[in-house]
Design a protein around this ligand. Structure first.
Ligand SMILES: [Mn+2]
Length: 269
């Protein structure tokens, strides 16, 4: 399959906007499904504003895949912003065209969801700031002290809307929560063990740690590839691969390379 038809197939499979989930006031995020495994897929862990590491890792990936001409996929596993200093640049990078010859899918992380929750009145600004949001606002050149004054009169959402470009907010809003291929499930945090994918809740897919980390996914047939919980090195188990290696806390930014049923890793070092 050529890259053009591969990209078109991704587009054809985007469901229309679904109704809001009862009780949460939150629209369910899209779940993408592609019918054929790409020849090679690189899935990148939590970036958290580390733009230099992202650029270095992406160059490594492009070099690594140079001999493959088609059906090359980049999957970003979410948590692009907060904590590190380059969140605005990371979002800008992910909104620009992907490297030549690659398709790219960016999934949602819990930090992206938390920001949208503030905008939609489901979470307080202070809650997001505790997750590292202040660094995100600063990366957009926003004066956090001024914002503190402004939100007293206009509210939490107004303060953020003023700081972030509308195009970036829309980008964060439309991020899908999962990507399934015949062999893999890509998701930010993990799954609730033993529950089939169609019954999984977005909240678990974005936030779960235990019991997923101890018990594994318990969904036979697909390797679950995720980020969210940092470790000193990538985690490889029977049914899951974790690639969050704490880039913002001094660790490398890691990608897993999936091709021909083999699992290997690259990082930005
Ligand atoms: Mn996370």
């Amino acid at each position: 399959m050529g890259l053009g038809s591969f990209t078109q197939m991704l587009k054809d499979r985007l469901p229309r906007r679904a109704p809001r989930l009862a009780g949460t006031g939150r629209a369910p995020r899209r779940r993408l499904d592609i019918a054929v495994d790409p020849i090679v897929t690189y899935a990148i862990g939590d970036i958290h504003g580390c733009i230099d590491k992202l650029r270095r890792l992406e160059r490594r990936i492009v070099d690594d895949a140079a001999a493959i001409e088609r059906s090359k996929l980049l999957v970003f596993l979410g948590d692009y912003l907060d904590r590190g200093t380059g969140s605005a640049a990371v979002i800008e990078h992910l909104m620009a065209p992907p490297p030549e010859g690659f398709s790219r899918i960016c999934l949602c992380g819990n930090h992206e969801e938390a920001l949208i929750d503030v905008l939609d009145g489901r979470r307080t600004l202070d809650d997001w700031l505790r997750l590292g949001g202040e660094r995100t606002l600063m990366s957009y050149g926003y004066d956090v002290a001024y914002m503190a004054k402004r939100r007293r009169t206009e509210g939490d959402a107004a303060a953020i809307v003023e700081a972030l470009p509308a195009s970036h907010i829309e980008f964060l809003r439309q991020l899908p929560v999962t990507l399934s291929t015949p062999s893999y499930l890509f998701v930010h945090a993990g799954v609730r063990p033993g529950i089939e994918l169609s019954q999984q809740r977005d909240e678990d897919l974005l936030w779960i740690r235990e019991p997923f980390l101890s018990r594994g996914p318990g969904i036979p047939g697909r390797l679950v590839v995720h980020g969210h919980t940092p470790a000193a090195a990538p985690i490889v188990q029977d049914q899951r691969v974790g690639v969050d290696t704490g880039a913002y806390a001094g660790g490398p930014l890691t990608a897993v390379r999936l091709a021909d049923a083999t699992v290997t890793f690259l990082d930005d070092r």
